[in-house]
Design a protein around this ligand. Structure first.
Ligand code: SF4
Ligand code: SF4
Length: 173
C-alpha cells in the first residue's frame, strides 16, 4: 500500500491572528444570507426552505436510505437464511441474528431472531448489498423512526417483516 504524505500547510502571520479568516467566514455567511433573501423575495424555486416537519412531511431524495425491511418468500416465510453475512459486514455492529434449523428442506437454516439497532446504524446499506438471497431492503422515505429511548430503536424480526407495527414510545414522564 502506498502512503501519500500530506504536508501540513504553513501558517502565516495573517492566519495566525485569525482576524482575516474570521472576516472571510463572515463574508461567506452573509453572501449566503443575501443570495437566499434575494431568491425568496423573487420566489425563485432554488431558494433555501425550512421544512415545517412533522406538520409537512420531509421528502428525501430517491436515493436516500432509511429504515430496513425483511422480505418474505412466496409461501410467506422470511427469505432470510441466517447466513450472517449482513451481521458480519455491518460496520456499526448493530445487527444481531440467532439461527435455527429450518423445518422445511427449501433452506437449511432460518433466523430465529433478527434485531437491528437503528440507533447505532449508519445507514450505509452494506447489509443490503451483502445479502445473497435479497432478504433485506432499506426503504427510501421512511423517516418516522425516532424514539424517546435507545431500547425502542431496536427493531425485531416481526417489526422488520411488517407483521407487527412498531409503536412509537411515549414521552418519558
Ligand atoms: S445499513 Fe450499514 S450500519 Fe445499518 S445495519 Fe446495514 S450494514 Fe449495518
Ligand atoms: S445476509 Fe440476508 S440471508 Fe444472510 S442473514 Fe442477512 S438478511 Fe439473512
Amino acid at each position: 500500500m502506498t502512503v501519500k504524505v500530506v504536508e501540513r500547510p504553513k501558517h502565516t502571520f495573517a492566519t495566525q491572528i485569525y482576524l482575516i479568516e474570521v472576516w472571510k467566514g463572515l463574508a461567506i455567511t452573509f453572501r449566503h444570507l443575501f443570495v437566499n433573501l434575494y431568491r425568496h423575495l423573487l420566489r425563485r424555486p432554488n431558494a433555501s426552505v425550512t421544512i415545517q416537519y412533522p406538520e409537512d412531511p420531509a421528502v428525501l431524495g430517491h436515493r436516500a436510505r432509511t429504515r430496513h425491511r425483511l422480505l418474505k418468500r412466496d409461501d410467506g416465510a422470511p427469505r432470510c437464511t441466517a447466513c450472517l453475512l449482513c451481521e458480519t459486514i455491518c460496520p456499526a455492529k448493530c445487527i444481531r441474528i440467532t439461527a435455527e434449523n429450518a423445518p422445511t428442506v427449501i433452506v437449511e437454516k432460518r433466523a430465529k431472531t433478527f434485531d437491528i439497532d437503528l440507533g447505532m446504524c449508519v445507514f450505509c446499506g452494506y447489509c443490503v448489498e451483502a445479502c445473497p438471497v435479497d432478504a433485506i431492503h432499506m426503504d427510501a422515505n421512511e423517516v418516522e423512526i425516532a424514539s424517546y429511548s435507545r431500547k425502542d430503536m431496536i427493531w425485531n424480526m416481526p417489526e422488520l417483516l411488517g407483521d407487527v407495527k412498531k409503536t412509537p414510545s411515549k414521552i418519558p414522564s
